[in-house]
Design a protein around this ligand. Structure first.
Ligand code: CIR
Length: 335
């Protein structure tokens, strides 16, 4: 059976049905197993295909997951910056994508600046090849799907009623985007998890659109979504403790100076052993990395047996390979 996913963009988790995301994770499992067994069954799946990777900001895991992934499937990754693509010169999204669509087979874009998602939507309007959101101002879908895949692995596919905590942390040197937290609160309730968003106060809440989607998804899938202003209470009984910093962007917009002051007014939001001991003893600790050790998480937790941060990072590659195989190639599904 054809999946119908060929050519489909991946700009936001909500654009894909649960069934489509399950198909992606099925394919990711097969590709991961192929790597583990060194069987090389899929070395030519995307033979001679080119993936463009347009980065407005630097990246470690995302870039390498895409680049190693396309190489392993027989294709080629082409790294681009706004300067290299003459976007700095004022080239329009239409001109950029019309040209790239005639040469390559997929394009990933990272642009976490305000308007990053709108830029991707403009590209998508003219694109004849799939566009992958490599993190924008609103969403980070290739990270959240790797996280979901990791949770399914760790809990043997039993997610119903698991308590998933996404907590803000006091990482205060600059205002990080909201996209990671927004992706997590909207995606996890769709797969049965009860999501708790922990923030010091209303100023650190996420965009109303994301909060509303999280609530609606929880209602539709029979799970829960709640907001809590106490990190200890949030960690109590958790199955998953995921914690990272972001700026109070809803309260201050792009006023970085005020935002940083507000972050620094809330010290001590850090995952340490005491907080992990409030969670279930089978709980896992997650972070998309780069983690600010000593501020977001102690070394003791990040390096503990409960920490799955390196599995998450590895799973970026397997899930991204599946995404590319399904949308750039001719993979069929058994579902
Ligand atoms: N694994 C990732 O793709 N991590 C990106 C997160 C970095 C970004 N500065 C953020 O804090 O959201």
């Amino acid at each position: 059976m054809q999946t119908g996913l060929k050519g489909k963009h991946f700009l936001c988790e909500q654009d894909w049905t649960n069934e489509e995301l399950e198909t992606l994770m099925d394919v990711a499992s097969a590709l991961k197993m192929d790597n583990l067994l060194d069987t090389h069954k899929y070395d030519e799946l995307l033979k001679n295909k080119s993936l463009f990777m347009l980065f407005f900001e630097e990246s470690t895991r995302t870039r390498n997951a895409f680049e190693c992934g396309i190489t392993q499937l027989g294709g080629h990754g082409n790294y681009l910056t706004p300067k290299a693509t003459q976007i700095d010169h004022g080239e329009t999204p239409q001109d950029t994508i019309e040209v790239l669509s005639r040469m390559g087979h997929g394009i990933g874009v990272r642009n976490t600046l305000v308007g990053g998602h709108a830029y991707m939507q403009k590209l998508a309007k003219y694109s004849k090849i799939p566009i992958y959101n490599m993190q924008c101002d609103l969403w980070h879908p290739t990270q959240s799907i790797a996280d979901l895949f990791t949770i399914k692995e760790k809990f043997h596919n039993e997610l119903k009623g698991r308590k998933f905590v996404i907590s803000w942390t006091s990482a205060g040197n600059y205002m990080r985007p909201l996209s990671m937290a927004q992706s997590l609160i909207t995606l996890m309730p769709r797969f049965g998890m009860d999501v708790t968003l922990a923030v010091p106060n209303k100023d650190f809440e996420l965009m109303p659109e994301a909060m509303e989607t999280a609530r609606k998804n929880a209602e539709f899938y029979g799970s829960k979504f709640e907001v809590c202003n106490d990190m200890d209470a949030a960690c109590e009984g958790a199955d998953v403790v995921y914690a990272k910093g972001w700026g109070p962007i809803m309260a201050v917009g792009d006023d970085e100076k005020t935002g940083v002051e507000m972050i620094n007014a809330n010290p001590g939001w850090c995952v340490d052993s005491r907080r992990m001991s409030l969670a279930k003893n089978t709980a896992i600790y997650m972070h998309c990395m780069p983690a600010d050790r000593g501020i977001e998480v102690t070394d003791e937790v990040a390096d503990s047996a409960q920490s799955v941060i390196y599995d998450e990072a590895e799973n970026r590659m397997h899930t991204i390979k599946a995404l590319m195989a399904l949308t750039m190639g001719n993979v069929a599904s058994r579902r």
